[in-house]
Every structure is written in structure tokens, then in C-alpha cells.
Write a protein that binds this ligand. Sequence first.
Ligand code: SAH
Length: 235
Amino acid sequence: MNFKASVLTLYPDMFPGPLGQALSGRALERGIWDLETVQIRDFATDKHRSVDDTPAGGGAGMVLRADILARALDESLSVSDPRPRFLMSPRGRPFTQSEAHDLASGPGAVIVCGRFEGVDQRVIDARGLQEISVGDYILSGGELAAMVMLDAVIRLLPGVMGNQESGETESFEAGLLEHPHYTRPAVFEGRTIPDVLTSGNHKKIHEWRMAEAERLTRARRPDLWAEYMKEDDVD
Ligand code: SAH
């Protein structure tokens, strides 16, 4: 069965957007994944089709109503739908490469995109939405976050990436950032390519790349480096 993404949003026209181009776009055309958008506003009940209201307790902004979002979920999904349900949220657990792998091996994902100040807590609880964040910054809505998450998953689906190996040395896959890359020309503005990479010695090349990956990870991401050192001790 193919990976199916259902996205609940107030801005369905934003999709597929960038996901309709390049690698993910070709995969969409080839039917490797499937995209459905659900307009949350279609489930509003009043004549103004309003979906938000003022926050209980006061304060700035508006809150997406629980009853309307619940109806959108209930009426657009079957009760036996096995897909995990997510709410994009800066409060959520951080999305990671390992979660991208987990999702890529499953049936798909249901993704709710928040807007305004956020979503009424009761629908998050009542429908068991898993809150997922794409980083420690605030976006104006969940749509770009959903696209980030989907893009990371789609490129891992079987048949999407041509060169399987390019996936395996990627940053985060081995708990390290990736080594630097070089290609022709041999000299660019007086800068050369490290000799080892043109030596043809594959063992040396592998060692150099590994050393660079470790150096960069240690310098730039002490958090990843600490994890990596811990795992090393276990082996
Ligand atoms: N008041 C909220 C932010 C609301 S931003 C707070 O302080 O936590 C509006 C919507 O954008 C959110 O409901 C969420 O769906 C989305 N969003 C914003 N930043 C995000 C992030 N870093 N990761 C995932 N979704 C995000």
C-alpha cells in the first residue's frame, strides 16, 4: 500500500506546493505517495463559516475551535484508519530523521495544520493528536511545517531516491553530520580539492570522510556528539 498523507488545513491551496516539484513531485505523479487535503472551514456550522474564537481567559489572538476540528477529523477519516495523527505545533516533540524513517515504513500520516494562537487543547486530547515540532521558532501556520515533515518522509519511500547509498551517509543517519563535498573544477578561485579525494585510495577516502564528519559534528553539534560518544561506548 502506498503512503497516504491527509492534511487538514485552512489553506488547502498551499498543497502540494513545493511537494509537487522535483523528487517528491515525481513520486506523487508516479503514485508512490498520495495527498489529500481537507478544508477545515468546510466543517464550520454557522453562516459565517467561522472556525476560531477568542481565547478563554483572555489574551491576544484567536483559537481554532475543538468542535469544528473534531468534526473535520471524524467526517473525513474512517474510524479504522490506521495512520498516526499529528498536530504541527512548536510545543511538540522535535521531528527527527529517525521519526521520518518510522513514518516512511508505515501507511501514511494525518496532519493537522494549526493557525492563529493555536488549537483548543480538548480536541488534541480527545482525538489523541501527537504534537510535532519542526524547530524552536514560531511559524505563522502548520502548513510549511507539514511540508517539511512530509518532504523528509517522502524521499525515504522505496523507489523515490535513485541512489540508495546517498541516503545512508547523509547527516543524522549515522548520528553524525555529513562530511564536506567537492566536485569539478579541480581548482576554484585558487582553492583545491583535498588530495586524498583524488587519490583513488578508497580506504583513505573513507577514513578522511569519517574524520571530517566527526570533526564537524563535534564543533557544530555538541548535542549529537555527546549521543554519538555514548553509543560508541555501548559497542
Ligand atoms: N501560540 C503558539 C504558536 C502558534 S503558531 C505557541 O506559542 O506555541 C500557529 C500554528 O503554526 C501552530 O498552531 C502550529 O500548527 C504551527 N507552527 C508554528 N510553529 C511551528 C513549529 N515550529 N513546528 C510545527 N508547527 C508550527
